[in-house]
Design a protein around this ligand. Sequence first.
Ligand SMILES: Cc1cc2nc3c(=O)[nH]c(=O)nc-3n(C[C@H](O)[C@H](O)[C@H](O)COP(=O)(O)OP(=O)(O)OC[C@H]3O[C@@H](n4cnc5c(N)ncnc54)[C@H](O)[C@@H]3O)c2cc1C
Length: 404
Amino acid sequence: MSDVIIVGAGTGGLSVARELSKNPDVNITIIEKGPKTTPGESYKFYDPWDKNELELIKTTCVGGSSLVIAGNYVPALVDELKEFDIDITPQLKQLEEEIQIQTMPKSHEGKINKLLADAARELGLEMQPMPKGINPEKCIICGKCAWGCPNGAKWSSLEDLKVAQSNGAKLITDEGVINLIVEDNKIKGVVTDKANTYYADVVVLAAGGIVTPKLLRIAGIKAGETLAVDPFVTIGGYYKGAQQDNEIQMNKFIKLPHIVIASHTSQFLLPKIQETHPDATSDDIISFMVKVPDNTKGYVYANEVVKGIDFEDASLIARGCGIAASILVKAGADIESISSTHVRGAHLISSARIGDIVDSNLETEIENLYVGDGCVLPEAPGLPPIYTILALSRRLGQYLAQKL
Ligand SMILES: Cc1cc2nc3c(=O)[nH]c(=O)nc-3n(C[C@H](O)[C@H](O)[C@H](O)COP(=O)(O)OP(=O)(O)OC[C@H]3O[C@@H](n4cnc5c(N)ncnc54)[C@H](O)[C@@H]3O)c2cc1C
């Protein structure tokens, strides 16, 4: 029997656990800092903004960020990964079937989504439907995808947890890993914030884009120097009775060179819109997300994360906002009310990249220490990364299942 510890019961960690648990000769222990929750309650576990220049958005709970995603599934970096001898097409196919990835039917389009698509078309831009991991039959079109999907229509990594646990994997919650035990350049185990030590033959780090590189740095590996987050803003204006926040978020998008514009709402816009329309409520906002691919110039140090945007990012975001504002005004938004949120990032990736920090099997320079989360992406795709993260981590689980 081999003992494997997976650090982090999030998107990548649970995907590794699911595939690895198919080998009956492996004892899996998943150690998760956050609590177990339901999808509908998961919005309570967003981490507070640490007032970094950018707001970096993530959750700490079982299921990780998979619980609060907009449900977008776009294959990204498939060709780039082939340069590292990694072919994720079998895992993408497997996931397409398991998650039932599809675009939402017309019945789920939403009044404002349609209005924005029509306005974009008039300006010569076509909005494409976003591939979603949402079951249309269960979806009640409440717009609460990023709150965790109270009706359970959206796929989340809790599905992977069910499979792993039914195959015998153990889950420890409310206990964070703070140190790694390494002897003779081999991983031996982990230490937690409850002063417990857990020994293992193999450790897979999957604590997300910020914590995984911190743990690697503690073990002497210089990770964390290429953090990417795909910066975005939400830009919107006043439109009486829009109720866009009740529609499926990011149901349609426009892909321009280096810019994605997708239908999306944010409560951060309300105080800004109230400057021109003091009576406006959250029902009166019409808005878009403008997202650009990141340049991996963020740093994760032991006690600090440094992440801003540079001139290139700012000019791309400005260009995207110009285009988004034109569509919003065409759709009927009051031009004087058009405002933007602060810059945020929800794809915390690439901070322990394949080629720099891990090899093509996602193993680090410390023997039997692997990385199984979004940190390993070799670059920021500027597209939803979860499909690729899940494929890479399923591939790692399958590789370890065979190796052990
Ligand atoms: C609001 C929002 C919407 C998004 N929408 C989309 C979308 O529609 N499509 C898409 O492709 N991507 C989306 N993303 C991005 C996507 O969710 C993430 O890129 C992906 O889930 C990251 O997976 P991960 O395994 O790297 O990290 P996570 O899923 O964050 O997993 C990390 C896990 O480690 C745990 N952990 C942290 N520290 C410790 C510790 N010390 N010890 C033990 N455990 C620890 C965390 O609690 C968490 O469970 C969205 C992200 C957010 C925040």
